[in-house]
Design a binder for this molecule. Structure first.
Ligand SMILES: Nc1ncnc2c1ncn2[C@@H]1O[C@H](COP(=O)(O)OP(=O)(O)OP(=O)(O)O)[C@@H](O)[C@H]1O
Ligand SMILES: [Mg+2]
Length: 594
């Protein structure tokens, strides 16, 4: 984790005897990074805290039988590979190995550092763990004649996390939710991943899940609902999620319409759509996509993801695969498509491009050049291709606060030629992003303000419906959502899931008009992730706002981690003024902003 100077200065160092939470190696006193794996040293945790997390349990199936058939040395070798693979992948997705359980592993996503997408990351990690263990299993089958399988179980919810005893090694999570993750693991099929209902709910729109099934687990009186994780959606689209009618944003949409119309006739433009989580950046962009397609403009979309911000070239490669239309082609056809699109390109550059797009010919060697030179040549090629294109196009690059550095640099060059093209480039980012794509010369910026009271009420009323029994609740939700549409939606969803609201969206009934509105898990994770990433100086106003929402809605410090409470205190004492320079992107593996 990249920390700001302020964070380092104001947070105490881990006492001697502490261990790396990623690999378990003992840390040197005052070490900032682990000597073994390079992971950042944990900050001292002075007390246990409530955290919204996803707990992962992975266990070797029939480990006793395997142990009885193998010599000790080979058994150790296989187990070391299993644990090493699971631990490495867990860390890659921002998780923390909590403990090795003898023949398995327990990991946390969302603690010690909160992650707004903890459940999705845990899913991606689980799928990759199973894939890699599958490869290891082939080898074990060949060499030892044994079947090696792993079961993985996930559960999401609130746990108590912290150094549960005075032993600094004892950072762990406890609570009912931890046990439930283990139960999910016990009912997963060999080689499979089983999600509890709460995890499934958090990821159902971005993963492929099996049908809900009732499972009997030890200790539970009644069967529980669970779903198998079958895959992840290739695109971060909210499949099947019904969006509310767009409220407000008339000025923003009018502005985008005029910019698009000018772009179509040759005055290309770059527009940054900026705002805090849930304010409606993606929504605006989706509306703009509808506008563009309605005018016959081709649209190319790519989204950056919180867990891939360290993977060089990833975003630009994804964008180019879409632009060249090679995603569904085999390598041979892909190479032919690229050459037809840019017939005059230098042959060496084309080899680099093939490689970037994942359609390289394995029998042809790549030019031996440095990664920097590779980046420069690819960027030049990209610009030449962009300038050669004559039809109007709209490019959408979502969530660049999570972009990898190389893609960022290449796209910065790409957007510099946009004014000379029939193109509109829409870039979304959260307020803290200070990277080069937020400073494109000549670019327009649309900063999304919170919805006003009437707009928030209109949204909440649409979600709840017209029944008089929900009237009072609608007003309270509108008030507490503070103009953030995502907050309003999540509060309604949470009330429906808790059974406070009966019926269907847009036609709810409420039997308890004094019903308690708590902070839904999704919001707690979003708020906590944001607060955990903040430097202690220079608080952004909207973070004060969401911290206050956390307090107002939850009414409980539990909804906000200790850093958040400190932040909230600063807000109240007026320490919140100033800029948010240096703040990290929230929710992901942040990197410093250039
Ligand atoms: N003006 C609006 N009217 C109605 N619904 C809206 C409006 N703006 C956003 N929404 C809804 O609120 C939810 C959150 O919006 P969106 O995903 O666009 O937020 P975001 O700013 O992109 O957040 P993030 O930073 O997390 O990506 C979506 O379901 C969206 O449809
Ligand atoms: Mg978005």
């Amino acid at each position: 984790m990249v920390q700001t100077t302020d964070q380092r200065r104001e947070r105490p160092m881990e006492p001697a005897g502490a261990v790396c939470r990623a690999c378990g190696t003992e840390l040197r006193r005052r070490a900032r990074f682990c000597d073994a794996c390079g992971a950042p040293a944990p900050e001292a945790v002075d007390q246990a805290e409530f955290k919204q997390v996803t707990v992962l349990f992975a266990d070797v199936v029939n480990s006793l039988a395997i142990a009885s058939k193998l010599g000790a040395e080979r058994l150790l070798e296989i187990m070391a590979e299993v644990f090493g693979c699971a631990a490495t992948i867990t860390r890659r997705y921002g998780g923390t190995v909590d403990k090795f359980t003898g023949d398995g592993i327990m990991a946390l996503f969302g603690a010690p550092v909160a992650l707004e997408d903890h459940a999705f990351r845990a899913c991606l990690a689980s799928l990759e763990i199973q894939e890699q263990i599958g490869q290891l299993a082939d080898e074990v089958q060949r060499r030892d004649g044994l079947a090696l399988h792993l079961r993985v179980g996930l559960n999401s919810g609130r746990v108590v996390a912290g150094e549960i005893s005075s032993d600094a090694r004892a950072y762990t999570a406890i609570g009912e939710q931890v046990g439930l993750a283990q139960r999910m693991e016990s009912v997963a099929p060999p080689g499979g991943v089983m999600l509890s209902e709460s995890t499934a709910r958090l990821v159902e729109h971005i993963t492929v899940l099996g049908t809900p099934e009732w499972v009997n687990v030890k200790g539970a009186e009644k069967p529980l609902l669970a779903r198998q994780l079958l895959g992840s959606a290739t695109e971060r689209v909210a499949i099947g999620r019904r969006e509310p009618t767009l409220v407000g944003r008339a000025w923003e949409m009018n502005t985008l319409t005029s910019i698009l119309d000018q772009a179509i006739v040759g005055a290309g433009c770059v527009v940054g759509v900026v705002g805090p989580p849930g304010i409606g950046k993606s929504r605006i962009v989706r509306e703009a996509v509808t506008l563009a397609t309605g005018r016959g403009v081709e649209v190319f979309t790519v989204a950056c993801e919180s867990h891939t911000s360290e993977v060089p070239f990833l975003v630009v490669a994804r964008l180019l695969r879409t632009v060249f239309g090679v995603s569904d082609l085999d390598e041979h056809a892909g190479r032919a498509r690229v050459r037809a699109a840019i017939p005059d390109a230098n042959p060496d550059d084309l080899l680099l491009l093939d490689d970037l797009l994942g359609i390289g010919d394995p029998d042809v060697a790549l030019p031996a050049i440095t990664p920097d030179a590779r980046g420069r040549r690819l960027a030049a090629l990209l610009n030449a291709a962009a300038l050669a294109q004559t039809t109007a196009a709209q490019y959408v690059i979502e969530d660049v606060h999570w972009i990898d550095e190389v893609s960022e640099a290449m796209l910065a060059e790409f957007v510099s030629v946009v004014p000379r093209r029939r193109a509109l480039v829409l870039i979304t980012y959260r307020t803290e992003y200070r990277g080069v794509l937020s400073r494109t010369p000549g670019a327009q910026t649309i900063s999304l303000a919170p919805l006003d009271a009437a707009q928030t009420t209109a949204l909440t009323t649409e979600l709840l419906g017209p029944d008089p029994s929900v009237g009072a609740l609608a007003a309270r939700i509108a008030d507490r959502a503070a103009g953030n549409p995502f907050f309003a939606e999540e509060m309604v969803r949470d009330l429906a899931e808790r059974g406070v609201l009966e019926g269907d969206r847009g036609a709810y009934l409420c039997r308890d008009d004094a019903a308690d509105i708590s902070v839904p898990g999704t919001l707690q994770a979003t708020i906590a992730a944001r607060v955990d990433r903040l430097p202690m100086s220079g608080m952004a106003w909207e973070v004060c706002l969401i911290v206050q929402i956390g307090w107002a809605v939850g009414g409980a410090p539990a909804a906000v981690p200790p850093t958040g409470r400190a932040a909230a205190r600063r807000c109240r004492t007026g320490g919140a003024e100033g800029t948010n320079d240096g703040a990290n992107a929230d929710g992901g593996q942040p990197r410093s902003h250039r």
